[in-house]
Design a binder for this molecule. Structure first.
Ligand code: SAM
Length: 221
């Protein structure tokens, strides 16, 4: 990945402004030791999610894609002690480490990790008539983005916020002829977000220790 100092700047901003504590830093270290890829959000983005939850006074958060619980920990901090985060993860190994990490971070009682394909978990939530979520963070397998967005619309209310991660994909998102299923799915989900009568949205490019990427953010009308 082309890096014009992004990683150094991310480190500086993280150290100076975000200041992740030991629970977060150790959680990421344990993920690396367990052989998990470095695909959790950057610390600046994690803190952004926490602030989004705080700004919106979110009490119920839904996350798709837990990995080792880094973004989950930020979100759980954002909802406060009476809040609740449901996070969906396909891999039992990831869920187990995430469980340990959120517990060690002192937010375990606010976090419900649902193991299995997220499309199943979301369908179960819809069928169970789950109370609307205030904030939804989608960060899993890109080919299912549209399924996750459709379910998110069924699981939210007017004013809820939906964040979709990794919408720039090293700039490849502009390649309309791409054969990459991730690129195709990202484009499809952005077109859905941009044209949905139920959403007011934008998308923001980012550069960080995670390279060139971005997120879409939408408010349910
Ligand atoms: N949100 C996490 C963070 O920032 O700390 C990172 C999530 S990582 C990018 C994506 C996760 O989604 C992986 O742990 C992967 O196992 C999980 N995943 C992929 N496909 C899935 C599916 N169909 N259902 C549930 N989880 C899935």
């Amino acid at each position: 990945i082309y890096d014009d100092g992004w990683t150094a700047v991310e480190q500086y901003l993280s150290d100076t402004v975000v200041r992740p504590d030991h629970a977060l830093i150790d959680g990421v270290r344990r993920a690396r030791e367990a052989g998990m890829p470095a695909i959790e959000v950057a610390p600046t983005a994690g803190k952004f999610l926490m602030l989004l939850a705080k700004i919106g006074l979110a009490k119920r958060v839904l996350e798709v894609g837990t990995l080792a619980g880094f973004s989950t920990t930020w979100l759980a901090r954002g909802v406060g002690e009476h809040g609740h985060v449901i996070t969906c993860e396909r891999e039992q190994l990831h869920a187990d480490l995430a469980r340990a990490n959120v517990d060690r971070a002192g937010v375990g009682s606010r976090v419900d990790i649902r193991v299995g394909p997220a499309t199943d978990t979301l369908r179960q939530l819809v069928e169970a008539g789950a109370e609307p979520f205030d904030l939804v963070f989608i960060d899993a397998d890109k080919p299912n983005n549209l399924n996750y967005l459709t379910a998110a619309l069924q699981l939210t209310r007017s004013g809820s916020v939906i964040v979709l991660d990794n919408v720039v994909w090293d700039g490849r998102v502009v390649d309309a002829d791409s054969a990459d299923p991730n690129v195709r799915a990202i484009r499809e989900s952005l077109e859905f977000i941009g044209t949905s009568a139920d959403l007011d949205a934008t998308a923001v490019q980012t550069v960080s220790s995670k390279g060139w990427d971005g997120f879409a953010i939408a408010v349910v009308k």
